[in-house]
Write a protein of this length. Structure first.
Length: 207
């Protein structure tokens, strides 16, 4: 399944991120804010269970999260910009990292780092990357995670191209995709159109 969030706050903040005049500091803050808003919806179907709690007034029954714990896995480097927003809402989540870069000639992903929590196979893993362009990096990251015994995976992207969605759905039909916008297409350089440029460069001020 592909879920596209049309919440007014998400769309407003995404428009500001698309603007070429938005500076690094504001871009970073907006990415954190949108990530928090998105994960609120991404986790909507997490199971809960009833527990007994003592309030200042009396004992009552209320609900807490049940089932698998959460893991956050950003795809380096741009995925790092989404971590704080997610972790603010789920502070008990453990955080892994996957390092990939896109070969400038083939546009295919190359792995250089992968470190997941020791119990990641027992967690609901949220994979983070602002841009889902060709889908090669996201698909490879999910493959690496599955090779380590993980089965419950959700992919969260800010902007996706139809080509990227199709690639992930083809390679990993069991993984739900959550995006703030599905854009038109990829250009000849495999950048999303209209997109917002290179998320990593804009996030870290490297271009």
């Amino acid at each position: 399944m592909v879920y596209v969030f049309d919440h007014p706050l998400i769309q407003h903040k995404l428009t500001l991120m698309r603007d070429v005049n938005t500076g690094t500091k504001e871009f970073r803050e907006l990415l954190k804010e949108i990530s928090m808003l998105m994960v609120y919806e991404v986790t909507r179907d997490l199971p809960t269970e009833e527990v007994e709690v003592q309030t200042p007034i009396c004992v009552t029954k209320s609900r807490v999260l049940a089932g698998k714990k959460i893991g956050i896995v950003p795809i380096l480097r741009a995925g790092l910009g989404m971590v704080d927003g997610v972790a603010n809402l789920i502070p008990a989540a453990k955080i892994g990292h996957i390092g990939l870069y896109r070969d400038p000639e083939t546009h295919e992903p190359v792995e250089y780092y992968c470190k997941l929590p020791a119990d990641s196979e027992n967690r609901e893993l949220i994979v983070l990357d602002p841009m889902l362009a060709t889908g090669g990096s996201a698909s490879a990251a999910i493959t690496f995670i599955k090779q380590r015994g993980c089965k419950n995976i959700r992919l969260v992207n800010l902007i996706a191209a139809p080509e990227g969605i199709e690639r992930v759905q083809k390679d990993h039909p069991d993984v739900n995709i959550y995006v703030a916008a599905c854009d038109e297409r990829l250009n000849e350089h495999a950048y999303i159109v209209p997109g917002l440029g290179d998320a990593g460069d804009r996030l870290f001020g490297t271009k």
